[in-house]
Design a protein around this ligand. Structure first.
Ligand code: XMP
Length: 516
């Protein structure tokens, strides 16, 4: 598949560049900035983007690309640091500038360059840089400047090498998508060939060839990713080959396990192994209140149950499918750019099963080229219900990290009942889809209240609702007060054990999204 290659110099918005270009319909691949640009690496590459970076080019050991990048004859677009890198590597000069530019800046040009075709002269760009070009490299020319007179767009006089000082991938940048489209389509000559249908076709052939008549095992968590992998496997393989295992820890949301089972059966699952491990989890957690210990116990029990149950299936040569996404393959460590499998959830890390299958070359990760929005689109195409596609993220240890302190079956039931009411109300009021993640937390405290003429002690329930892009940072959802008041009263009227409802108004950082 033809693509644009993005060299990642460590900017926070590198992934965004990839997503924006894919939205235009062109496939993108992000690789560490110092990757050797071998012929096999460059197969089907139509253009290269050099990303931004928090570093400065003039500093020792600043991240640099394979120098051949400038002589390959492929179109290049340097963004911010990528532009400064291009200047520096080709004989120009970059300095720390006294007029640092952060935020909006107007960009003006005399003659419209092809990169800015269709862009209004004087458009508002989005800047985030402390360094600026002091001297452009020989052979290059300034195509547009900011109001401060700083070069905003630079191009090579003959070669298709471009650089921009602003960030077109950020939504605040006017005409950002037009500029990226001009680069990908007009300058690199890509077609708009990347879409769910094209992906489905190529991944189907790849998986069918790899798997042949073998069995495939998939651990289902109930979330979007594993369900979409399940739907995909059931569509492109014989359902008899597909073994789906769902481990019910007893710490799932109310009715969740039934919903998972129903939706997978609807998608054609014949071998659905629904393991009820509630008692095993709850007895292992009995009397434990330390958050880390609880997490460890849940993680270990997951592996114990998984191993025992997989053995019973008698499909030892089966492939193991995982719902790893493109963004799960991210940089590790401090150095820019080593791709690594990152910890995604407690049950697909450290798992001996995953390690064993990986060693044997029996892992398939059909979503590893996709971003979350693309997975959702694929899911819709495959007939996965909106109740699953739009579902808020749920942590691997489930309600285990939302019942603070000791976990008892009684508390699980109280939290399930209260949280169900909360979430249903959000859906009814059209608020659910405005929120990244909403849930309830049961505190290990009771407070006094009155019911009739009686004083009674009820549990305290904290409601949480946050908005976020990726869960790394989060803001509190600014709840309409009336909704909050009504939801509180619905919960205390229906769940007798809860005497008081509070709303968590902490952002991340300093708080985390979950409470334990
Ligand atoms: P925190 O609480 O760290 O959560 O701000 C960030 C996001 O990660 C989810 N989360 C988990 N997901 N296994 C998971 O699969 C876990 O152990 C886990 N802990 C937190 C959390 O729900 C939020 O979306």
């Amino acid at each position: 598949m033809e693509k644009i290659l993005i060299l990642d110099f460590g900017s926070q918005t590198t992934q965004l560049i990839g997503r924006r270009i894919r939205e235009i319909g062109v496939y993108t691949d992000i690789i560490p900035c110092d990757t050797a640009l071998t012929p096999s690496m460059l197969e089907e590459v139509k253009g290269i983007i050099l990303s931004g970076s928090p570093e400065s080019v003039y500093e020792e050991n600043s991240p640099a690309p394979d120098k051949s990048v400038y002589t390959l004859g492929l179109p290049i677009l340097g963004i911010c640091y990528g532009l400064q890198r291009t200047m520096y590597d080709n004989g120009g000069d970059v300095i720390s500038h006294s007029k640092k530019e952060y935020g909006r800046a107007k960009v003006v040009f005399e003659k419209e360059p092809i990169l800015l075709h269709g862009v209004t002269n004087g458009f508002t760009s989005w800047m985030s840089h402390g360094d600026a070009i002091d001297e452009i490299a020989p052979g290059f020319e300034i195509a547009a400047t900011t109001e401060n007179g700083i070069p905003a767009v630079i191009k090579h006089a003959q070669k298709p090498i471009w650089g921009i000082q602003f960030h077109p991938e950020v939504t605040h940048c006017e005409f950002g998508n037009t500029i990226l489209e001009n680069f990908a389509i007009a300058i690199c000559g890509c077609g708009k060939n990347w879409n769910v249908g094209a992906f489905l076709k190529s991944i189907s052939e790849e998986i069918q060839t790899k798997v042949g008549k073998e069995n495939v095992l998939l651990l289902i968590s109930g979330g979007v990713d594993s369900t979409v992998v399940g739907a995909l496997l059931l569509k492109i393989l014989d359902p008899e080959q597909v073994h789906l295992m769902y481990i019910d820890t007893g710490l799932m949301r109310k009715y969740e396990s039934d919903e998972v089972e129903t939706s997978l059966k609807k998608l054609g699952a014949t071998h659905l192994h629904h393991i009820n491990a509630r008692d095993r989890f709850l007895s292992a957690l009995d009397g434990k209140s330390d958050p880390e210990e609880k997490r460890r116990i849940i993680g270990d029990m997951f592996i114990t149950v998984q191993e025992a149950e997989v053995k019973k299936l008698n499909i030892s040569h089966a492939f193991l499918a995982q719902g790893t996404l493109y963004t799960d393959l991210i940089e590790s460590g401090k150095g820019v750019g080593k791709k690594a499998h990152v910890i995604k959830s407690h049950h697909n890390v450290r798992s001996p099963l995953v390690e064993e299958k990986r060693k044997a070359g029996l892992i398939i990760e059909p979503l590893s080229m996709l971003y979350k929005d693309e997975v959702r689109n694929l899911g819709r195409t495959l007939g996965v219900g909106e109740n699953i596609i739009g579902r808020h993220p749920f942590p691997g240890p489930g309600l285990g990290v939302r019942i603070l302190g000791e976990i008892t079956p009684e508390k699980v039931k109280i939290l399930q009942d209260a949280d169900y009411l909360y979430i249903e109300e959000l859906k009814k009021r059209g608020l659910y889809d405005q929120i990244w993640q909403a849930f309830s937390v049961l505190l290990p405290l009771r407070s006094v209240g009155v019911s009739g003429d009686m004083r009674r002690y009820g549990y305290i329930l904290s409601l949480r609702a946050v908005v976020s892009h990726d869960g790394m940072t989060a803001d509190v959802y600014p709840f309409p007060t009336q909704d909050l008041l009504e939801i509180s009263s619905i919960i205390t009227n229906s769940v007798r054990e809860i005497g008081r409802v509070v709303y968590d108004i902490s952002s991340k950082p300093p708080a985390t999204i979950e409470w334990e």
